[in-house]
Design a protein around this ligand. Structure first.
Ligand code: PGA
Length: 248
């Protein structure tokens, strides 16, 4: 069960070191490979230093759709790779809503990350308005269709279903809602890219995941892990979430 922590714009390099040193101590009895952290870009070097040889995965929260050039303020996948990152988040809802990222851009980034052997976690999800007007599946289908366009069925990635209305709001989706959407995503993947692709592509749930709600969500067969924002900023709750998935 993957537990990925999206730290967003939190955790300086110093705070990253302190957090990860503490995490390493707490992971001695747990499978470190199941943990992934996404520090802000400026703290990635600190993460690399702290996590080298531990098995804990780490990566960037975002990447440019270009490798290099006149793109002020962007982050290059080549630089992520040189530093040793194994993962990159693509299409997080905050990137989509605050920085106007489109499905086409998501697709360009995805193809670039895959070409560099960095495993992408592609995020999709509907807004409250879209859910309330009955458009959830249509929205997700479009995000998947355009976002995963021209992807080969043997390419390895992770998907994260994050309903926008559940992110940072304390409003977690119900187990029924998560199960329904994850099953929908799985059948969509079977249809578009084949059963093997669907089988090998983990689907994480994200949106107000906490130790108090993670157990019942982890018990769903269609949930392969979590993308955790707020609760990943505290070592105890981050590790506790993983532990609840083991008992689920
Ligand atoms: P949250 O964030 O856990 O704070 O809701 C999840 C995310 O944005 O990935």
């Amino acid at each position: 069960m993957i537990c990925a922590g999206n730290w967003k714009l939190n955790m300086s390099p110093k705070e990253t070191t302190v957090f990860l040193e503490d995490l390493k101590v707490k992971l001695t009895e747990l499978p470190a490979e199941q943990f992934i952290v996404f520090p802000p870009a400026i703290s990635l070097a600190a993460a690399q230093q702290a996590l080298s040889g531990t098995g804990v995965g780490w990566g960037g929260q975002n990447m440019a759709n270009q490798e290099s050039g006149a793109f002020t303020g962007e982050n290059s996948i080549n630089h992520l790779k040189e530093l040793g990152a194994q993962y990159v988040l693509i299409g997080h809802s905050e990137r989509r809503s605050l920085y106007f990222e489109t499905d086409q851009l998501v697709n360009e980034k995805l193809k670039l990350a895959l070409s560099k052997n960095i495993k992408p976690i592609v995020c999709i999800g509907e807004t409250l308005e879209q859910r309330e007007s009955g458009q959830t599946k249509e929205v997700l289908a479009t995000q998947l269709k355009l976002g995963l366009k021209n992807i080969n069925s043997d390419q390895q990635m992770i998907l994260a279903y994050e309903p926008v209305w559940a992110i940072g709001t304390g409003k977690v989706a119900t187990v029924e809602q998560v199960e329904e959407v994850h099953q929908f995503i799985k059948s969509f993947l079977v249809e578009q890219l084949g059963a093997d692709f669907s089988q090998q592509t983990p689907i994480l749930y994200g949106g107000s995941v906490k130790p108090t709600n993670s157990e019942e969500l982890a018990a769903l067969e269609s949930v392969d892990g979590f993308l955790i924002g707020g609760a990943s900023l505290n070592v105890e709750s981050f590790v506790e979430i993983y532990k609840t998935t083991v008992s689920a």
